[in-house]
Design a protein around this ligand. Structure first.
Ligand code: PLP
Length: 431
């Protein structure tokens, strides 16, 4: 959890935000590999537990290495507070559960990542939170019609994984705000380099830092960033967790005590304390290394992806290509509005032979590896219907925008000609 103050350009923030050493301190972010922190007086420790003083006492709640990295992500997104979690799944779970409880209802885009889809429609349902799923291309009226008395938030992805639907953030923010609830946007694929959802009305942003932020496929992690813009007290009856006394914290009222920091404070002091999904400081250090080159890598991912998408589009064995950076994309206009500098490095496409020849084609790729991952330096490929989305029915797949023949191709930062040559040679095997 941390505050943001920097006014630098985003490239500079990637390098300089977060850890700011003072005279004689280590130049590079230290790894505070310690569960606990020592105090000279028992009283001071007591004040920390009462949240009356800021400080560290146990790394399940807060750790200086994690906080420095959270502060950098916070600055990149332009938020007021942020926290790291052990995974992107934990980030999305905490982001929603921080303002929901049994008996509540949420609205979610149908094209979100499979893990998020399961979390909200299956696991959180068992906890008593009901979820309505909406087509991200639905009209404002159709979205408005889904709100109920007990709706507590709207959840969507800037660029959906793997459907690559570009979200009309303003449309969803308008719907959410006119019903007095916040919009939560998972900004994993666009990254704050290409899109900062707060600038278009999103209230809370989440990340799987496992993807471009780490960028080297070495560390699972997540982050939650709060814009500080949603006025919880104006909707106090909806958000008792933030606006009524917390019995598990000596009756603290987060929204009154912490103002704009209330949402992240509660998620840290209460959810992280009780559910314990903290990032290890070692992993936070690795994510920070990734963040230092995020602006360089994301630009190259997008440049390469556009070349690969253009190549695939003109290949006669390819049935269709979906990349929001392509002029032919249905989402090109939205992408120009929300992410004019680029979208992401992930492309999806289908072959003329359909699902039947997909595995054969993938097995012939040499440079692009078949892995359950996207968005790292190495080009990789996956068939969601057989892998990540295997649990979904054909109907659910289509609703999620994942055609049964969809190949998810995550373009890395190798030389684009080598990536294209690899596709070319594998396509020669397809008759
Ligand atoms: C991967 C991913 C997640 C889940 O993140 P993990 O770090 O794998 O837990 C959530 N949202 C999106 C958009 C993702 O791509």
């Amino acid at each position: 959890m941390s505050k943001s103050t920097d006014q630098y350009a985003i490239e500079t923030k990637c390098i300089q935000s977060g850890y700011r050493p003072t005279n004689g301190q280590p130049r590079v972010l230290p790894i505070y590999q310690s569960t606990t922190f020592k105090y000279d007086s028992s009283d001071q420790m007591g004040r920390l537990f009462d949240l009356e003083e800021e400080g560290y006492f146990y790394s399940r709640l807060q750790n200086p290495t994690n906080d420095a990295v959270a502060a950098k992500i916070c600055d990149l997104e332009g938020g007021v507070g942020a926290m790291l979690t052990s995974s992107g799944q934990a980030a999305n779970y905490f982001a929603v559960f921080n303002i929901c409880e049994a008996g509540d209802h949420v609205i979610m885009s149908s094209s979100v990542y499979g893990g998020t889809f399961n979390l909200l429609t299956v696991t959180m349902k068992k906890m008593g939170v009901n979820c309505s799923v909406v087509d991200p291309d639905a009209s404002l009226e159709e979205i408005n019609a889904l709100f109920r008395e007990n709706t507590k938030c709207v959840m969507a992805e800037t660029i959906a994984n793997p459907a690559l639907v570009v979200l009309d953030i303003e449309k969803f923010a308008t719907a959410a705000h006119s019903h007095g609830v916040p919009l939560i946007v998972d900004n994993t694929f666009a990254t704050p380099i290409n899109c900062r959802p707060f600038e278009f009305g999103a209230d809370i942003v989440t990340h799987s830092t496992t993807k471009y932020m780490d960028g080297h496929a070495s560390t699972i992690g997540g982050a939650i960033v709060d814009s500080g813009n949603f006025d919880w007290l104006a909707h106090a009856e909806k958000y008792p967790g933030l606006c009524r006394p917390d019995d598990s914290y000596h009756g603290i009222v987060y929204a009154e005590r912490f103002g704009k920091m209330a949402y992240i404070q509660k998620a840290t002091a209460q959810l992280m304390r009780d559910l314990g999904s903290i990032q290890s400081p070692q992993n936070a250090f690795i994510i920070n290394l990734g963040l230092e080159t995020l602006h360089l890598r994301v630009a190259r991912h997008c440049e390469n992806a556009l070349k690969v998408a253009e190549y695939l589009e003109q290949n006669e064995k390819v049935a269709w290509v979906n990349y929001p950076g392509l002029k032919s994309s249905k989402y090109h206009e939205l992408a120009q509005k929300y992410m004019p500098n680029g979208t992401c490095g992930v492309i999806s496409f289908g072959l003329k032979g359909g699902r039947a020849i997909t595995s054969d084609f993938m097995d012939h790729l040499k440079l692009a590896a078949i892995v359950t991952h996207v968005a790292d330096a190495r080009t990789c490929v996956l068939h969601p219907a057989s892998h990540t989305h295997r649990q979904m029915s054909d109907e659910q797949l289509i609703e999620a925008g994942v055609a049964p023949d969809l190949i998810r191709f995550s373009v890395g930062i190798e030389n684009a000609n080598d990536i294209i040559a690899d596709l070319e040679q594998a396509l020669t095997y397809i008759k």
